[in-house]
Design a protein around this ligand. Sequence first.
Ligand code: SF4
Length: 398
Amino acid sequence: MDTKAFKKSLQHSENYHRKGFGKAAEVATLLKTEYQSNLVQLIRDNNYTLTRGDVTIRLAESFGFCWGVERAVAMAYETRQHFPTERIWITNEIIHNPSVNQRLREMQVQFIEVTNGNKDFSVVNSGDVVILPAFGASVQEMQLLNDLGCKIVDTTCPWVSKVWNTVEKHKKGDYTSIIHGKYNHEETIATSSFAGKYLIVLNLEQAEYVANYILNGGDAGEFMTKFSRAHSEGFNPDEDLKQIGIANQTTMLKSETELIGKLFERTMMRKYSPSQLTEHFQTFNTICDATQERQDAMFQLVEEKLDLMVVIGGFNSSNTTHLQEIAIERGIASYHIDCAERIDTNGIEHRLLDGNLQLTPHWLPKGAITIGVTSGASTPDIVVADTVEKIFALKANN
Ligand code: SF4
């Protein structure tokens, strides 16, 4: 499929909306009431610090809702107002935050169910409204919804679209896109649907394996097994790694994406000589500012003397998990929770890096303590405020 031509024709269709419906001011007031918090504003104004009793909260200087998420949520609210009686669907969680998604359900915005690993679009009828989330949707889904005659409201973050444009450029020049991301993350699924040939690498270790294969060759069977769910159809490691371009899932760790980019640049220089580099290697900066700012603020925060960290964000949120990784790497006791309700008198129920949930009792040390707090790009301030209040209350009683 000519994905570029399809996207262009979709954008000219009267059933396609990507700019809201002129109700921004009205919706902004609603969003402020539902998701913002006076307590968090107070902490911000007080140099990101608040002490109550023997607890000092140190908030990261950049955290929470990013521009792209705010925009997507606002567009979903506007959509409900603009189409008050139509059935409205979302192809996936609009963002990775349980409270926001719950609020949308209450507004009768329905989520497409996944059955046996596949999304069930059979429930969607012509004339229904379908919202595409902030991290996008695959080109095949867009085509299906367009063919069904749905009204499409596209809230895809422009930073994600920028990556799609990058892989389109790779495709045009016959470069294979090496995508730093998680092969089963919705954003990477969408990005790879716009790519021609592609290979998805999860981390530096996988990238090093690929770089080594480029330089020295290896066992193609082993290669294909290792990346069995992470490559384009018909991919051949002996043919398709001669011209490569770098792309990324916008929420991966910036430092790792950069290292991977540099690794492949060096690899292609060694393989083909510096003078031929541009014929074999392309790179564009597609790391989103918001992810980068939250990561930088986290690196700054973990330099301080903290007794523990609380990282707040959806359990399937990549950018939140990366914030948690930063704390763990520094050896700080850090708890990843998705809502304040994970904390009660029994302890804190939190997500480990392997994805399992664990209940840790007695997690708040006695005496005066300093707790670092941050939240991922899809977490509203109100969730941070509820968490901080809960910690204050628990500590006051222990
Ligand atoms: S984290 Fe970045 S790419 Fe993702 S929605 Fe926010 S601004 Fe967009």
